[in-house]
Design a protein around this ligand. Structure first.
Ligand code: ARG
Length: 471
């Protein structure tokens, strides 16, 4: 290997055993600074807590401690001001920060890493980062929920067809449909809260893998970093990434919810449906087909769900064969998490915007709600309720009525009483009242049902939950 293929500096960080630098290709595969620089704030926060603890425990002198804290402040300012010299030969964010600290304050910088390893350092930084990502995503989902609740309240009585197999099944209200997503997103937020509670333990002080002989105070660093307690086992502390997997898993499930709603927006905005229109802000036009208004944002939310599912898959596979404790494979834990967090942020924001802005074409929805004999079950239910007909027989009566209407090319409500009586003589004028879509939805008052009354109650209850426990 010629000298120009080697890189300087890294051997200085690894100590005396390494005479030459790594091959350039080694640096490229090994360096993570291009992406893990996103951990800088968490890294400096962790170092500050560690430093203060070392001073309190008389492991560092107060003078060294002050020099380190002041230096870390300057490093933070340089990074945030865009003046920090990131260097690939220093591998990662941890060594970049430490090397710059040494340039700034000299010898005391070399004492900061006492009783610590990059293994517990990176585990701590990453937990702090994922915790922030969870909080950000939970807040964004709260905003989306508020948007859905406003629209659901507005459209508590707006009828539309409810589908099974994408065939018109029974009339529902648009508010009820939106409230289904409020429930799903409520569970997404609850999954994030659960993940956060399990994540919130501090690995700092696990050191390389076995703990340390220095008299550190792990409870103190845990408390300072907002963790509930230190992790109980040092090997576990440096080597599990289940907290990241839980974040990715909750993200993937949430992405699927967003994707299904996005898919519905694509269907509903099509010329064949025209249930809703999206605002100019969330659509694009076509240069050669001027009539088109494309739901690109919805389509991209649907597409990007694939990335988030892939991110979860990627990290599951990274982790599956690793012996305890740390292996460098685990450096590959960050990019999937960063990508998923960025994707979710964008997708949730775009969905919130679309929901807030969309226009509901109530007349079109109403016509569609009644098309396809969607109130056939209502007449069957009427026969059971009023004529005491066995439940299994009633659909046959309703089916014959549908066939009659179909043969004549009319709706169920257009059949005359005399016509209906040729199929079931017990049918009376009041049976015809149940054939309207409004009476159909109004009648579905069972708990969780689509009646406007129930939808309004559900909106009120969901708003309360959103205030109280954030779900
Ligand atoms: N950049 C590394 C990572 O993200 C930091 C930990 C390195 N530890 C080590 N023993 N090489 O995983």
């Amino acid at each position: 290997m010629s000298d120009k293929d080697k890189t300087p500096a890294a051997s200085a960080m690894w100590g005396g055993r390494f005479a030459g630098g790594p091959a350039a290709i080694m640096q490229r595969i090994n360096a993570s600074i291009d992406f893990d620089r996103r951990l800088y704030a968490q890294d400096i926060r962790g170092s500050r807590a560690h430093c203060r603890m070392l001073v309190r425990q008389n492991i560092l002198t107060p003078e060294d401690g002050e020099a380190i804290l002041a230096g870390l402040d300057q490093v933070l300012a340089e990074i945030e001001g865009g003046a920090f010299p990131f260097r690939a030969e220093l591998e990662d964010i941890h060594m970049n920060v430490e090397a710059r600290l040494a340039e700034l304050i000299g010898e005391p910088a070399g004492r900061l890493h006492t009783a610590r390893s990059r293994n517990d350092q990176v585990a701590t930084d990453f937990r702090l980062w994922v915790r922030d990502a969870i909080d950000g995503m939970a807040a964004a989902l709260k905003g989306l929920t508020a948007a859905l609740l406003d629209r659901a309240e507005q459209h508590a009585a707006t009828v539309m067809p409810g589908f099974t197999h994408l065939q018109a099944a029974q009339p529902v209200t648009f508010g009820h449909h939106l409230m289904a997503y409020v429930e799903m997103i409520g569970r997404d937020r609850s999954r994030l809260a659960d993940a956060r509670a399990r994540l919130n333990e501090s690995p700092l002080g696990s050191a390389a893998l076995a703990g340390t002989s220095f008299p550190i105070d792990r409870a103190a660093t845990a408390a300072e970093l907002g963790f509930d307690r230190p992790m109980r086992n040092s090997l576990d502390g440096v080597s599990d990434r289940d907290f990241a997997l839980e974040f990715l898993s909750a993200s993937a499930i949430c992405a699927i919810h967003l994707s299904r709603l996005a898919e519905e927006l694509v269907i509903w905005t099509s010329a064949q449906f025209r249930f809703v229109s999206l605002s100019d802000a969330f659509t694009t036009g076509s240069s050669i087909m001027p009539q088109k208004r494309n739901p690109d944002a919805a389509e991209l939310i649907r597409a990007k769900t694939g990335r988030v599912i892939g991110d979860l898959n990627a990290l599951l596979i990274v982790m599956k064969g690793l012996p305890l404790a740390y292996s460098k494979d685990m450096q590959d834990d960050k990019e999937p998490v960063f990508e998923a967090a960025d994707t979710m942020e964008l997708a949730i924001a775009a969905m919130t915007g679309m929901i807030r802005d969309l226009t509901v074409n109530q007349a079109v929805m109403r016509t569609a709600a009644g098309a396809g004999f969607t109130t056939a079950t209502d007449i069957a239910d009427w026969c059971v309720r009023t004529l005491k007909m066995p439940f299994r027989r009633a659909p046959h009566v309703a089916g014959s009525l549908v066939k009659m209407a179909e043969d004549r090319g009319v709706g169920l409500e257009d059949l005359t009483l005399a016509e209906m009586r040729t199929i079931e003589p017990g049918i009376s004028e009041d049976a015809r009242a149940v054939l309207g879509v409004d009476s159909s939805v109004a009648s579905r008052t069972s708990l969780g049902g689509t009646a406007p009354l129930r939808v309004r109650e559900a909106v009120v209850a969901a708003r309360l939950r959103l205030e109280e426990d954030g779900r």
